[in-house]
Design a protein around this ligand. Structure first.
Ligand SMILES: NC(=O)c1ccc[n+]([C@@H]2O[C@H](COP(=O)([O-])OP(=O)(O)OC[C@H]3O[C@@H](n4cnc5c(N)ncnc54)[C@H](O)[C@@H]3O)[C@@H](O)[C@H]2O)c1
Length: 317
């Protein structure tokens, strides 16, 4: 049975391009009314342009759907409130929030300027907080008034933060932060009928081609991939079906999960896991000189860490 989002209202931030665009289009195709947020700047977050949000709204309207543009920056707490308020005033309510807006300012830590750190944290971590906070405040009030709530928060993280990609300490910290933030919000909002999940994309967009030169060669081209794999494995379209599913009533029991989709591959990512404990004998505090040998035993036993390049190669091999 195809999933229907008829009667639901969604916000997708950064929906003018890349992954967000595909997510907004597929949500609309499945019947959701969509606020298409995008401030339209360059991949490093500079400038503003209404074109990308307007184009996606026009595409949705052309296929018979309902959508409205919003050009706020998610970095503003009050701006984020206006995005949430616009969904309610335009379409009567809010059911689905997809936090997707993103920028990059990659640098090695010794070269990173304060502004490059702050700008990336502001869009990703603070932006996700801003929109989530106002949406949760709205859903909690609805629930307290006895109205039915089926809220959905879908936040966007990255292997850059989960697998620690060099050159992206600002972005990785923001994305790891979003993951922890979402899993905490999932626990806080469960009693109000709201789920919160994290999606992990790897796709060919301007962030992986123009803004990350080290990844660009692996991203290939649509034409080459269609020839080699029978479909475009790294297309940004691949993530949108997961967003539609998580947004739906069918996914009401799926919360606090971290899910990666690349092409037709899907993984569940597990969070930090403690090793078996090493207990000091006799019982008491460790002496500094006792720690080294025991710690090295634990390090030797830990499973190898995954790398972002390894994930991409596993899909493309
Ligand atoms: N492409 C990938 O492989 C990949 C991998 C992991 C995570 N992500 C994440 O997916 C999300 C989408 O990235 P993409 O690759 O589609 O990039 P993209 O550059 O194509 O799209 C991002 C959109 O966000 C908008 N945006 C930026 N700052 C904004 C702000 N302050 N307020 C509102 N809109 C803003 C941009 O104008 C742009 O249209 C990002 O959060 C990114 O970090 C992407």
């Amino acid at each position: 049975m195809p999933i229907s989002l008829k009667g639901k209202v969604a916000i997708v931030t950064g929906a003018g391009r890349g992954l967000g665009r595909e997510e907004a289009l597929l949500l609309a195709k499945h019947g959701a009314k969509v606020i298409v947020n995008d401030m339209g700047g360059s991949h490093d977050g500079k400038g503003e342009f209404h074109g990308p949000a307007d184009d996606v709204v026009n595409e949705i309207k052309k296929m018979g759907g309902e959508a409205a543009p919003n050009y706020e920056s998610v970095t503003s707490f009050q701006g984020a409130k206006r995005i949430i308020d616009q969904a309610i005033s335009t379409f009567g309510k809010l059911d689905i929030l997809v936090n997707n807006a993103g920028i990059l300012r990659d640098k090695m830590i010794f070269n990173m300027e304060e502004e490059e750190f702050d700008a990336v944290i502001a869009v990703h971590l603070k932006g996700t907080f801003n929109c989530t906070r106002h949406a949760c405040n709205y859903w909690r009030a609805q629930s307290k008034e006895g109205k039915p709530v089926a809220g959905r928060i879908i936040n966007t993280t990255s292997d850059a933060g989960l697998l620690y990609n060099p050159g992206q300490s600002n972005y990785g910290a923001a994305k790891a932060g979003i993951t922890a933030f979402t899993l905490i919000v999932a626990k806080e909002m469960v009693k109000y009928g709201v789920t919160a999940n994290v999606i992990v994309p790897v796709a060919r967009t301007r962030l992986t081609t123009e803004a990350t030169p080290s990844l660009a060669p692996m991203m290939g081209t649509k034409e080459d991939f269609e020839k080699k794999y029978g479909y475009d494995v790294l297309s940004p379209e691949a993530m949108a079906p997961l967003v539609v599913y998580l947004a739906s009533d069918e996914a009401k029991d799926v919360t606090g999960q971290v899910i990666r989709v690349v092409g037709g591959n899907m993984w569940l990512l597990h969070s930090w896991k403690s090793s078996e404990p090493v207990k000091r004998s006799p019982p008491g505090f460790w002496k500094p000189e006792e720690i080294g040998p025991k710690l090295k035993e634990l390090i030797a036993k830990q499973p190898p860490r995954e790398e972002l390049a390894g994930i991409i190669m596993s899909v493309l091999s």
